[in-house]
Design a protein around this ligand. Structure first.
Ligand SMILES: Nc1ncnc2c1ncn2[C@@H]1O[C@H](COP(=O)(O)OP(=O)(O)OP(=O)(O)O)[C@@H](O)[C@H]1O
Length: 701
């Protein structure tokens, strides 16, 4: 909208008024209190919160305006929506409305038309009608754009998308960003879904799953301020580089302290460094290499088997057995010294009845302490100090020997016992022989594998309880790669299920340990908590790229419908055939120059395997081209030009992508390769190029 329009001038005036109000409120807060007075210190905390809120407002006070006429009133009221809220100091009236407030939901759910609208406020449903929906872009305290996406009585054709397209056309740096100004209605529904749900979201590549999950955390913290703490929320993501990539969004939304971790890190923390993960078993070598034959994936694949609810149920039976036979049928009375014994009946009563509600480890500790107290009482009945000393020595020695015989509540020891040859009379193990052998070999060397972690932490949990580690909300990103056992385990660390679980089966490149259908995860929850959502519209890429990727999608075995593009058109996808290796370096050099000239800030060259990427990186370096090589275990994503194996590119996005070596051998006609290529191609926002020597992959024909 032109700067001379009345709308622009009106909004500019409002913006200047807003800055004046912010300045007034900031100066009213006064200087920082550094004294010792406790009440002042508490007040200072509140003042600091206000300072931070006003600082955030000062950069970019709001992004939207909705003129809403509430039923029963004659005139519509303009509502300005921002990342944080602010009331007018003088009157207490809302001046900027926090995007998470109930009334702000209208801004997102309203998609046009003259029909009445309503929103759910704490005091009940409030109805009315919308007269204007306006997007405002403010950068560095300057009003840059005013775009009306709806005006009551106007023709409103195509206006709704203009601001979104303007935002999507932006070039990216090395961080994911917030989308508060353009959240779409179907995303808003997920963000504002009730707290006690296990939301399972199947979303096409680029549909905003990760972004939506982060906004949902900010919403929950706002909506349930008294009940939910950021420190008790956690985001599980596939690797630390991905966590680094998304780490900017929550601070932008004014949310701090949410724990962001990987499942392996969280699990090994629980086990108190008692287990060591086997080195050298990088997934890249086993599952994504082109050398050797990839193992078949079925229910006996170690990751699938050890992540199943059936494995969990079998472990539960073994644990129940252990608990019921903990004291053993052959148990003897505790004889402190000859002639002074504590009967088996009393010991059983303490352990099996009195301490029944404690965790097993705690019951064992309590029992030991109780027998010790009994021993002290017996010693106190002895008058002669010399005899007492004597008996004390014998009693303590015998107590140690006696309690040492009780089974240890140790997760690793118990887990090992599950893979030991079954003793005669016990049920045969349901664990496939190959898995038993492989696991035994690792355990013997003192190692476990990532797929052992859910069971180990589960056993630890059954022995020790949740140890005060209760989650208020859990986000699981890239959830197609997690197992039902993992989700059931996390659920145990929660009073009532409150999950945002999101993923895309079409990107299920870790099918050897992940799920093939979402029902596998929803089986963990009862019907009342289950809530399934689909996000089909994709925002990341241009129309051309999405349509191209949809062709690959049809070769995955997921049966998922094609992603729906937003109407943002760009360059056609470029498929280049190189005749030989010598042509590669000059081709890439031109590719990079061309894309830089067109304003692309982040550019990725996506290779098929680790080795291919290492070789390419060396070649580029020798040719004087600077690029960051990403390998497994990487913790940071730097932006610029990146070389990344396709299996590690998941979750990231780049302005321009070059799929290196997209030949028929690299990406053959099978579902696993289709998923890999789908991941690779859907990383591109604006431009996508593929090259191959010889025939290009049949997945795109
Ligand atoms: N409503 C929206 N407005 C503006 N941009 C959006 C919106 N929704 C998503 N995006 C943008 O689309 C891109 C993809 O988002 P995100 O990475 O969250 O998607 P995803 O579904 O997790 O993708 P993938 O599964 O491919 O990793 C991001 O650049 C994000 O900012």
């Amino acid at each position: 909208m032109d700067q001379q329009t009345p709308q622009y001038r009106e909004e500019n005036r409002r913006l200047q008024d807003t800055f004046e109000e912010i300045d007034r409120q900031r100066s009213d807060i006064g200087p920082v209190y550094r004294g010792q007075d406790f009440t002042e210190q508490l007040l200072e905390e509140k003042r600091e919160e206000s300072r931070q809120r006003l600082a955030l407002l000062n950069n970019d006070p709001y992004f939207g305006r909705l003129d809403f006429r509430e039923d029963g009133k004659t005139e519509p009221q303009p509502l300005y929506i921002g990342k944080r809220g602010m009331d007018l100091k003088k009157t207490g009236e809302p001046y900027v409305i926090d995007w998470r407030a109930p009334v702000a939901s209208l801004f997102y759910s309203f998609t046009g038309g003259e029909a009445p609208v309503e929103y759910e406020a704490p005091e009940g449903i409030i109805g009315g009608d919308v007269h204007l929906k306006r997007n405002l872009s403010i950068r560095d305290r300057e009003l840059q754009r005013v775009v009306d996406s709806y005006e009551r009585g106007g023709d409103n054709i195509g206006l709704n998308d203009e601001f979104l397209l303007y935002k999507l056309g932006d070039k990216k740096d090395n961080r994911l960003r917030d989308i508060v100004s353009t959240i779409q209605a179907e995303q808003d529904q997920i963000i504002r879904a009730p707290r006690y749900k296990a939301l399972i979201i199947q979303g096409a590549a680029g549909s905003g799953k990760t972004t939506v999950a982060l906004h949902r955390l900010a919403f929950l913290l706002y909506q349930y301020q008294q009940q939910i703490k950021a420190e008790r929320m956690v985001i599980f993501a596939p690797n630390t580089m991905f966590l680094d990539y998304i780490s900017g969004v929550l601070p932008e939304l004014g949310v701090g302290n949410v724990k962001q971790t990987t499942f392996a890190e969280w699990a090994t923390d629980r086990l108190n460094a008692n287990v060591r993960l086997a080195p050298g078993t990088t997934e890249g070598n086993v599952w994504f290499s082109l050398e050797g034959k990839r193992p078949a994936i079925n229910d006996e694949t170690p990751g699938r088997f050890k992540g199943s609810l059936a494995f969990k149920a079998w472990i539960d039976d073994r644990l129940t057995e252990l608990e019921s036979q903990f004291l053993g049928e052959q148990m003897q009375p505790f004889e402190a010294w000859d002639g002074r014994a504590l009967s088996v009946e009393v010991i059983r009563e303490w352990f099996e009845v009195e301490y029944r509600h404690y965790s097993l480890a705690s019951r064992r500790d309590r029992l030991t302490a109780r027998i010790n107290r009994w021993l002290e009482m017996q010693l106190n009945t002895i008058g002669d100090p010399k005899i007492r000393k004597d008996k004390s020595k014998t009693g303590k020695q015998r107590l140690r020997a006696y309690t040492n015989k009780l089974p240890k509540a140790d997760a690793l020891e118990f887990y090992k016992s599950l893979f030991a040859p079954p003793s005669s009379g016990s049920d045969a193990t349901p664990i496939p022989g190959k898995i038993v052998k492989e696991t035994q070999a690792y355990l013997k060397k003192g190692y476990v594998q990532p797929e052992d972690l859910p069971a180990l932490v589960w056993i630890h949990y059954r022995f020790n309880g949740a140890e005060n580690l209760i989650f208020d909300h859990v986000v699981v990103d890239e959830a197609q790669d997690v197992s039902p056992f993992q989700i059931a385990l996390l659920n145990a660390f929660m009073n009532e299920p409150s999950f945002t679980i999101l993923g895309d089966l079409a990107q299920g490149i870790h099918a050897y340990r992940g799920v093939q259908r979402w029902e596998e995860l929803s089986a963990v929850f009862d019907d009342e908590h289950n809530s399934y959502h689909v996000l089909q519209q994709s925002y990341r890429s241009t129309l051309e790229i999405i349509e191209f990727a949809n062709r690959i999608l049809s070769h995955t075995d997921t049966g998922l419908p094609p992603a729906v593009p937003v109407f943002r058109s760009g360059d056609p996808v470029d498929i280049v055939r190189l005749d030989n290796q010598e042509e590669r370096l000059p081709f890439i050099r031109t590719f990079l120059e061309d894309n830089r000239e067109r304003g692309m800030r982040t550019i990725a060259i996506i290779g098929r395997t680790d080795e291919a990427c290492i070789r390419l990186h060396e070649e580029l370096q020798a040719g004087g081209i600077d690029a960051n090589l990403i390998s497994e275990g990487q913790t940071q994503y730097r932006g610029g030009v990146t070389i990344v194996p396709v299996y590690l590119a998941k979750g990231l996005e780049f302005d321009a992508v070059l799929v290196a070596d997209a030949g028929e051998r690299q990406y053959a006609l099978n579902p696993q390769d289709a998923k890999l290529l789908y991941v690779g191609c859907t990383r591109a926002l604006h431009r996508l190029t593929l090259y191959s020597y010889g025939n290009v992959t049949p997945l795109i024909s």
